[in-house]
Design a protein around this ligand. Structure first.
Ligand SMILES: C[S@@+](CC[C@H](N)C(=O)[O-])C[C@H]1O[C@@H](n2cnc3c(N)ncnc32)[C@H](O)[C@@H]1O
Length: 210
């Protein structure tokens, strides 16, 4: 194992999670739903804590691992989370309930993000997390830039597409979309981009107040 791999593995194993997060992660893996990794969960929770985010929107609830991380350090925050699979949402409701998250802090929307995002209020969210349907990522980022407030952040776990983005031989559409996105935001005067190697890559785009 190389030094960089050791560092990555150490960072992945470092975060401690609540019992509810551990249970949700186990359930997610049992159901074949890929949750955010431990270090990505920690970075999302840390981002909320650092920025004081109160209004959070997420695409891809899964069974709620990322949702629990987003709400972990922010008792005042509310989470709007969009999920296309009713069974995933049903499991997520149980996960949030067993974790003691009050219903008033949650708006769980069953539907296709492509249909739901245009209905959300403009500039209403401090943080938008996109963790679903990578084929439509570029469109989701465009919508997210509309609903996030100036100074707010869009977070994209899975930014390396299971390592394909960094593999020059990988030419599939999702890897290409992600490379296009990384190039576009890297040059944008309106966005501060940060690419973390946590998990499978975590891209964080802060909408500048220009
Ligand atoms: C990678 S999993 C999300 C994991 C979750 N963020 C977590 O960490 O626990 C992606 C989820 O997005 C959902 N999904 C896929 N396509 C979608 C779409 N078009 N709109 C909304 N949700 C979608 C899937 O059903 C799946 O539950």
């Amino acid at each position: 194992m190389s030094r960089l791999e050791r560092n990555w593995q150490y960072a992945e194993q470092y975060p401690t999670e609540t019992d509810a997060m551990v249970r949700a992660r186990r359930l997610s893996l049992e159901l074949g739903i890929e949750p955010v990794s431990r270090s990505v969960a920690a970075q999302l929770g840390g981002l909320v804590a650092a920025t004081g985010a109160r209004t959070i929107c997420e695409i891809g609830t899964g069974v709620g691992v990322s949702g629990l991380a987003l709400l972990r350090y922010a008792p005042e925050a509310t989470l709007t989370s969009i999920e296309i699979e009713s069974e995933h949402l049903r499991q997520a409701r149980t996960v949030f309930s067993e974790a003691g998250v009050a219903n008033a802090r949650l708006r769980l929307i069953e539907g296709d993000a492509g249909q739901v995002l245009p209905r959300l209020n403009l500039e209403a969210y401090d943080l938008v997390v996109i963790d679903a349907d990578p084929e439509h990522l570029l469109s989701y980022v465009e919508h997210a830039l509309q609903i996030v407030r100036p100074g707010g952040t869009i977070a994209v776990p899975g930014a390396f597409a299971h390592g394909r983005v960094t593999d020059p031989a990988a030419r599939d559409i999702i890897a290409q979309h992600l490379r296009d996105l990384l190039t576009t935001v890297g040059d944008s005067p309106a966005i501060a981009p940060v690419l973390s190697p946590a998990g499978d890559g975590l891209l964080m785009l802060t909408r500048l107040q220009v």
